[in-house]
Design a binder for this molecule. Structure first.
Ligand SMILES: [Zn+2]
Length: 408
């Protein structure tokens, strides 16, 4: 089976995850695809193939080198697709030898380089697109196809030496739960890579430090006609609190390494208000200062309106994996060398979000993120170039090979 056929087969499964679910995985339909992947791994001759009751799949490609100490490494992809866009009845189609013009996905739905200039980087390549009504699911089934194809290639090319390679496919990444039930100990790798980045060359090992803050404001409701000196309007206090946070430190005013406060929700009336924020910063010190600043604003409000008027609940969500990667930069150097050997120009950039790999890094498995090739994730304009997937597969193979030479 070639990588294209493999990927197209995967797109036939609806594996959308769901935010508002208490089950693991969040949707039972993900397990149907998990079973399919398990069988495919077995059919392709991988060892220790295991699917646990939470939908996590592990497998091994055994080392083909004897008497040499080679680190065990792993490759990880998630098989769920985003809750933001339907993943049911995906009708994937190949646009051969893309010429750089508009692609009519279906009547009235056009993927145009005017709107998506990313398309122009793929002129002359073969693009897999949708019919404009669903996402494609290259995020992250392209990653799975690449890992699977790389393992088959290594299996068939015994002359290429490699150590023990572990692969894992997991559910629920899109709802931020992908790493939660990941068994790092069972995986047993010194380090690993998620194949879950975007366009060719992307390599990410810095992400946000993240916290959520819930601000609760207590008001006093009195008939407005008799309110003088008595009413405390929580809605007005909410507006005042919002005004205390810097207006130029929001998602819509920042980029690259700039952090922010993001007001994600606001519920209020005279009696009470709840403000929901997310706080993000790559820099751990600045991140801590942001949280302190929230506390300072609360203090100021209480000085003005009385103790207990405003309270804040601040909860850390995840941290920047860089602090776990820095002590083992060979994990990155290997990728850079592998990309170079495969003719891929590395694009290293900080993630303005988190990854499963960030959480895994803090669970003891250093885990940067490598491109899987997909573009325009989470929507109907998502596409992936077949050549990009092949490049990603080559990079996986080359990393395995370079790791075998690692202790030389
Ligand atoms: Zn993804």
């Amino acid at each position: 089976m070639d990588i294209t056929e493999r990927f197209l087969n995967y797109t036939k499964f609806d594996t959308q995850s769901a935010e508002d679910s208490n089950s693991v995985p969040s949707t039972p339909k993900q397990l149907i695809f998990a079973e399919y992947l398990k069988k495919e791994l077995e059919r392709e001759g991988l060892e220790d193939v295991e699917l646990d009751d939470k939908g996590y799949i592990y497998a091994t490609l055994p080392s083909n080198v004897k008497g040499k100490d080679i680190p065990t490494i792993g490759f990880i992809s998630h098989y769920d697709t985003s809750p933001d866009c339907s993943g049911a009845d995906i009708k994937a189609r190949i646009v051969e030898n893309y010429t750089g013009g508009d692609i009519v996905l279906s009547e009235g739905i056009v993927s145009s380089p005017k709107k998506f200039p990313e398309l122009l980087a793929h002129v002359g390549e073969d693009l897999i697109v949708t019919d404009g009504h669903t996402l494609l699911g290259a995020d992250d089934k392209a990653g799975i196809a690449e890992i699977m194809q790389a393992m088959c290639w290594l299996r068939d090319h015994k002359e290429v030496k490699h150590g023990k390679i572990r692969v894992a496919f997991n559910p629920d990444e899109e709802i931020g739960m992908g790493a939660h039930h990941f068994d790092v100990e069972k995986f047993g790798c010194e380090w690993a890579y998620t194949m879950d980045g975007g366009d060719v060359g992307e390599l990410e090992f810095e992400n946000f430090n993240a916290a959520g803050a819930k601000i609760t404001i207590k008001g006093v409701s009195v008939h407005p006609g008799y309110a003088k000196g008595k009413m405390v309007n929580a809605s007005r206090l909410a507006a005042e609190f919002i005004g205390m946070l810097p207006a130029d430190e929001t998602p819509e005013t920042t980029e690259d390494y700039q952090g922010f406060y993001h007001l994600t929700g606001l519920k209020s009336n005279t009696e009470g208000a709840i403000l929901s924020y997310i706080i993000r910063d790559h820099d751990r010190k600045k991140f801590e200062m942001r949280k302190e600043f929230i506390g300072l604003c609360v203090k100021k409000m209480n000085e003005k309106y009385g103790d207990g008027t405003v309270t804040a609940e601040v909860r850390d969500q995840y941290y920047n994996m860089k602090e776990k990667i820095d002590p083992c930069m060979h994990v990155i150097d290997l990728v850079l060398k592998a990309m170079q050997d495969c003719g891929v120009a590395p694009k290293v950039k900080p993630i303005r979000g988190g990854t499963d790999g960030a959480q895994l890094s803090f669970k003891g498995l250093p885990c940067p993120n490598i491109f899987a090739g997909g573009v325009n994730f989470h929507g109907p304009y998502e596409f992936v170039s077949i050549q990009s997937m092949q490049k990603a597969m080559e990079v996986v193979i080359r990393i395995c090979e370079l790791t075998a030479e690692y202790n030389d």
